[in-house]
Design a protein around this ligand. Sequence first.
Ligand code: UGA
Length: 358
Amino acid sequence: MAATRIAVLGAGGFLGSHLVPRLLQLGDVQIDAVDQDLHKLECEDARVQRRVARLEQPGLVDEVTRSAHVVLSLTALCTPALYNTDPLAVIDANYTELLPLIRAAEQHRARLIHFSTCEVYGRRSLDMTGGAAATMNEDSNGLFLGPIHNERWTYACAKQLLERVLFAHGAHGNLHYSIVRPFNVIGPRMDFLPGVDGDGVPRVLACFMAALLRGDDLQLVDGGLQRRSFIAVEEFCEGIVRIVQRPDACRGQIINLGNPDNDVTIRELAEALSAEYAAYTGQPLARLREVSAEQFYGPGYDDTPVRVPDIAKARSLLGFEPRATLAQMLPGIVRDYVARYGAVQAAQPSRHLALEGS
Ligand code: UGA
């Protein structure tokens, strides 16, 4: 039998760069690793064909989809700082530019595993009557986005509409799809460090690591009382591999992948990360500084105060059982960031000091 051919679109991103090596462990696979930048994909393996290209490159989606048995679609603009500052690019990257991919997957009978987001649940978890629900469930929650002028929700709305398009192609056409909703996956190589290998504001783990490496304060948006449930990237990838392996069970399913046991405030994350960093490097504990959302993100930002996944479906379909605690995850993450960025980041002036001096 021919090897399973898997196209990973967005293979150079945080998740893609962890997923490709894990997929290789399946054995008889050929992987087309596609991204506009593949630097983070450190694995060298003859079964991986690296293709540096943008999804919009004419003919690319059709070509890759035509030869693939399975397509993993990970390309996205998914850092919240962009949602209210570059909303049209966010809508294009997360919706418009993905429509040809869905059509091509249906036409060429490629199985499509699309990475959506926990953000589709919106501001808080609600049941179908609008009552509060403790966790976020794929098939019984209402989806609660804020008003249009709160541009934070452009991303969630674009992602939700794409989910609806996928669902319609599955229900009324031939598309074989699964949708994954990741819940705050963390690990090495997340996003970028501002001024080092990217510009702007990354997600919270990279914000905090950048501050620690530069000796800056960790900034707590609105006091850092918001809660997130963090999952280790390795366990998340295990869930994805099981989805790849179970096409019939996962067909037409939306699946949360997260760890409800790691539900902490952002302040607690900051404290744990700075304690881990101090223990590893011998530096003094970093200071935490409160900042308003308006100062940090600008107007139009909004937030989700609590976000806990219901993973009953992942458990029953995949035998998915994430176990790693934050205390187990953080040492490896800190070590990797220090090894990867320590020297270059230390050479940069502290943003905080620069501002004070200006
Ligand atoms: C983001 C994306 O929008 C989702 O698509 C994605 O699924 C999700 O991350 C994820 O990683 O799974 P969010 O959790 O709000 O959503 O993004 P983060 O930037 O990681 O922020 C988490 C919380 O930390 C927010 O409340 C934010 O205000 C806060 N934060 C962020 C700080 O307090 N300080 C910072 O320096 C950065």
